[in-house]
Design a protein around this ligand. Sequence first.
Ligand SMILES: Cc1cc2nc3c(=O)[nH]c(=O)nc-3n(C[C@H](O)[C@H](O)[C@H](O)COP(=O)(O)O)c2cc1C
Length: 170
Amino acid sequence: MNGKKIPNEQIKQLLELADWAPTHANTEPWYFIVYAEPKTFCSEHAELYRDSTSAEDFMQFNYEKILHNGDKASHLIIAVMKRGHLPKIPALEEIAATACAVQNILLGATALGIASFWSTGGMVLNPAMKQFLNLNEEDIVMGVLYLGYSDSVLSGERIIPISEKVKWIG
Ligand SMILES: Cc1cc2nc3c(=O)[nH]c(=O)nc-3n(C[C@H](O)[C@H](O)[C@H](O)COP(=O)(O)O)c2cc1C
């Protein structure tokens, strides 16, 4: 990413798209925390790593990586599956619904020429992150979405042929 800023209005449009994910019983379990200044989250994230890591496991390299990995992003969105008041809906379905909401953001971003990266690195999946974000035990941090502009166009690749992932009957 090259540091160029995305208009906040476009980020709001992406969040509107996210809100149209499928949802069983309208629990609408997705919840997003938007950082319009990625450095704010990255320094909080790095401190969380320092505070939650024993001196013997702490690695300055990891600390710096977490601290600087949002330097060139425009916005960060933390995607959370927030359990609602309907425990009869299995957690799997709420995670799936939230992943769909995330995919809406990623597809919308691509359509707007915005680069995106979904990360669960650093402390993102650690219980300490959940606590830091004031989430409940049953909520799940699904990842951090880095959004920005890129000077290069990366072409994706698929290693496993689609035919191996489809069983077509009839
Ligand atoms: C749930 C999830 C978590 C991910 N976490 C990471 C991560 O922590 N670090 C990483 O390098 N890539 C991670 N990725 C992969 C990247 O987001 C991205 O999909 C990958 O680099 C391939 O990009 P492409 O499919 O656009 O080529 C994650 C992907 C998903 C779906």
